[in-house]
Design a protein around this ligand. Sequence first.
Ligand code: URA
Length: 233
Amino acid sequence: MERLDKIIASQTEYSRKDVKYLALNKKLTVNGEIVRRSDIKVDPEKDEIAINGKPMLVKKYVYLILNKPEGYISATEDKSQATVLELIPEEFKCRDVFPVGRLDKDTTGLMILSDDGEFAHNILAPKKHVEKEYEVTVDIKVTEEMKQGFLEGVDLNDGVCKTAILEITGDYTANVTLTEGRYHQIKRMFGCFGAKVVKLHRTRMGKLVLPNDLEVGDSRELTEEEIKLLTTR
Ligand code: URA
């Protein structure tokens, strides 16, 4: 059981104070009965809460997929730069949604946002071995030496040696698969071979591939099946 005002404030744009006034003005019902107090306890899974006669769909957590465009930073707020949070559907902006793993400002592609911390941990923790795949374009030819080097592990100058799978797809292009993401990892790994990444696009997390019909800048809720695919190795 949880307080009614807490549930509503966490799921909608109404503040706890707003909820108090809604109750005083008989705008709130629980299972069809008008409630005059906003601090009563209800079961968010079972009780039907309605505001102004409109039933509220209570969701414990939100899981979103975004096709990230260039020019947005992976943060929840910033004084001067646009964040990926600006791109999510309006109805989820009142929730404490955060990016599940960062992409650089100029990196595009598959990004997951959620307010479920445990889920985020399951996707990001190196021990969970959830793969993240990227299409990369670099400014010099991709070589077998790079491929071998990625596999053996590249020293990123912070005391950690990182390995990755590099598949050569063209003279200047490759697919790179990581199971953990260090700061600027792909750019730094190519940097060790004198290559500069000119384009980076994430195409897959776990078994979830960026859907073709999700336009750049678009986002939507994940289906239950897609959520499962994300944590599948
Ligand atoms: N590696 C990078 O260098 N940048 C990203 O955005 C993701 C992985």
